[in-house]
Design a binder for this molecule. Structure first.
Ligand SMILES: [Zn+2]
Length: 333
């Protein structure tokens, strides 16, 4: 059959159809790509934004947040005695500890994990402090398989501190004791929120945390468990205590993060928080565990009762500062 040249009309028709198909295909694919592109950044952006929000919040932890508009607050009554309780109480030479009627101080013996040692079966700590200590020592053991960190001191009652203080004064004189051992009533060890760590090796040698670099992990990571190394050697003029690289104190999350990040001792932090009132700006802080928090200060009123506002549906803690008010910590996420 001889080749028959197709008619021009048919060629044009086929060409138009082809062009239409190509356009439709390109348009379709690009639409699809656009849709995917739109979706992917949206998801990725969401995640990235979460990360950024954390970073921003951490970087701008000093930038204050306003009380959320439209938040419904309820008021909870706190008494004057409550100002002496909580994980943020400041106990130092100017701020005496007020012993509670019936403190909750479980012994470490029987309640501790087996990843560290204790100096005696009578050692006790405030319950949440013990829980967080167990958690921290677990993490330390997981990392280095070192189980010879020793808790050498925890809660001390008034009489024990008195005996310790008098004994030291007798041994080395009043002058030499100042800045090392607190007067009875003024020691953080009364709170059950503080403990001292040293090392007792399996071969029976006593060491300090400074004797092996692995122990630095404790000072470097304790803030993740709500602890701070309480006495900074460079801030003796503020704390009144010479640098003690063995004395840890629970202040709770996210306060431990903020204090570490900004190199603040508790005296400085308590003062700073007084600037973040309920009516004014609130302090927003993030930890790197995904938690974000809002913090504000409520001054102690003259009467017996201080009404403290907290959002209806918030997870919150309230701590006295052992001086002049309360610190409210809202956990936002
Ligand atoms: Zn101590």
């Amino acid at each position: 059959m001889p080749y028959k040249r197709p008619r021009l009309g048919l060629i044009i028709f086929v060409t138009v159809i082809c062009i239409a198909l190509v356009v439709a295909t390109v348009f379709g694919v690009s639409s699809l790509l656009a849709a995917i592109a739109e979706k992917m950044p949206a998801e990725k952006g969401g995640m990235a934004q979460t990360g950024n929000t954390d970073t921003d919040a951490e970087l701008s932890a000093e930038s204050p947040g306003e009380p959320a508009a439209g938040t419904v607050y309820r008021y909870i009554d706190f008494t004057r005695a409550d100002v002496h309780t909580g994980s943020l109480i400041l106990v130092n030479a100017e701020n005496e500890y007020v012993f509670p009627e019936s403190p909750d101080l479980p012994t470490l013996y029987g309640n501790k994990s087996d990843t560290y040692k204790i100096s005696g079966s009578e050692l006790s700590l405030e319950r949440e402090t013990l829980r967080a200590l167990n958690e921290m020592m677990h993490a330390f053991y997981d990392k280095y398989s070192i189980g010879d960190v020793l808790v050498s001191a925890g809660y001390r009652d008034y009489d024990t501190q008195m005996a310790l203080y008098s004994g030291r004064v007798e041994a080395v004189g009043l002058e030499a004791v100042s800045g090392y051992v607190s007067l009875a009533g003024y020691s953080e060890h009364h709170t059950g929120l503080a403990f001292d760590l040293s090392v007792y090796t399996d071969s029976g040698v006593t060491m300090t945390l400074a004797d092996r670099p692995q122990y630095d992990w404790l000072a470097d990571n304790c803030h993740k468990y709500g602890f701070v190394l309480r006495y900074d050697p460079s801030k003796t003029d503020i704390t009144g205590i010479y640098g003690e690289q063995w004395h840890f104190r629970r202040v709770g999350l996210p306060h431990s993060y903020y204090m570490k990040k900004h190199n603040l001792v508790l005296e400085e932090y308590i003062d700073l928080l007084r600037g973040y009132t309920f009516e004014g700006s609130h302090l927003t802080v993030s930890d790197d565990l995904g938690g974000s928090y809002e913090i504000y200060y409520i001054p102690l009123l003259n009467g017996d009762v201080t009404e403290i506002p907290v959002p209806e549906s918030a997870v919150y803690t309230v701590s006295g500062n052992n001086k002049n008010g309360f610190i409210v910590t809202l956990q936002l996420s």
